[in-house]
Write a protein that binds this ligand. Structure first.
Ligand code: AMP
Ligand code: MN
Ligand code: MN
Ligand code: MN
Length: 278
């Protein structure tokens, strides 16, 4: 199908977004989005509410999820679009990925306590909408609250990325498993915000080749989580590998996300949009 303003990646309070699923849909519709995918981290629980809200306001809706994946030392995010939320392989896989989050969060709290920031685990929980989904974003909001840094971005840079005191290593799903679950659930696999990964060109190529060999269909060429330079670079990657192209805000909430729902740049015209499959 042809859409004027699709947005195929965003978050609600079911993971680390600031708005409830229905409020995300209402904002998307107000911004002129005509096809929206809600893609909470490792969770499908917001989809029913969002789908009903989308039907009410008359915009298209796609069931989505953003799966956390470990690729060597790197964490990758793989979006699944048009997944069947009732598929047992997908739900069991995601349940397994979510399981480690709470222990990791406790360890993050301990790591921050060791540098004098006490009560961060409990503090982060105040911002959590779904107890199964404690994320670094929730810690970031608490650390801003206590004045550890000026904004969420600064908190990440100073505390929550590898090499910084609040960072805790974690093993997520494998790339093979993530694509297996997405495809078992009838979905389309998309590499999220490829411009965000700290990988050499050779490692990126290795990842894209593996993703293609596993039947991966698309990459986010335009993402609110990477810049225009990256969009040009990954447009070339899409052409070279024959990937479909996605467009996404990766919106988390007003005041926190640089790109609002439906406001990401348009795709380069020669690319085939992933929504031709939707
Ligand atoms: P987690 O899945 O708990 O590791 O949290 C990852 C989430 O943290 C991402 O989905 C983003 O929402 C957020 N995040 C990661 N890095 C940054 C950053 N540098 N600035 C702002 N938010 C970030
Ligand atoms: Mn997030
Ligand atoms: Mn992501
Ligand atoms: Mn995201």
């Amino acid at each position: 199908m042809n859409y004027r303003n699709p947005d195929l990646h965003c978050h609600s309070t079911i993971s680390d977004g600031l708005l409830a699923p229905a409020a995300v849909v209402a904002r998307a519709a107000a911004n002129g989005v005509d096809l929206l995918a809600l893609t909470d981290h490792d969770e499908l629980d917001g989809l029913a509410e969002a789908r009903a809200a989308a039907a009410d306001v008359g915009i298209g809706f796609v069931n989505g999820v953003e799966i956390s994946v470990s690729w060597g030392e790197q964490t990758l995010h793989i979006v699944g679009l048009a997944v069947d939320p009732d598929n047992p392989a997908l739900s069991a896989g995601l349940a397994h990925v979510r399981e480690g989050r709470d222990t990791r969060a406790v360890r993050m709290g301990d790591a921050l306590a060791a540098i004098g920031i006490r009560g961060a685990y409990e503090g982060a929980l105040k911002y959590v909408g779904n107890p199964a989904l404690v994320s670094r974003s929730h810690f970031a909001r608490y650390l801003v609250e206590v004045g550890a840094a000026r904004d969420v971005k600064q908190v990440f840079d100073h505390y929550l990325v590898r090499g910084k005191p609040g960072y805790v290593e974690h093993e997520w799903a494998s790339l093979d498993d993530a694509l297996g679950w997405i495809h078992a659930a009838g979905g389309i696999a998309v590499v999220a915000h490829p411009g965000r990964y700290r990988l050499s060109r050779a490692s990126l190529d290795e990842m894209f080749q593996r993703f293609k060999d596993l039947g991966g269909e698309a990459i986010e060429v335009v993402s609110g989580s990477h810049g225009r330079e990256a969009a040009l670079e990954f447009a070339r990657v899409a052409r070279r590998y024959g990937f479909l192209a996605s467009r996404a805000s990766d919106f988390h909430g007003p005041g926190e996300s640089a790109v609002d729902l439906g406001k990401a740049d348009v795709l380069p015209e020669d690319l085939t949009p992933v929504w031709t499959l939707l």
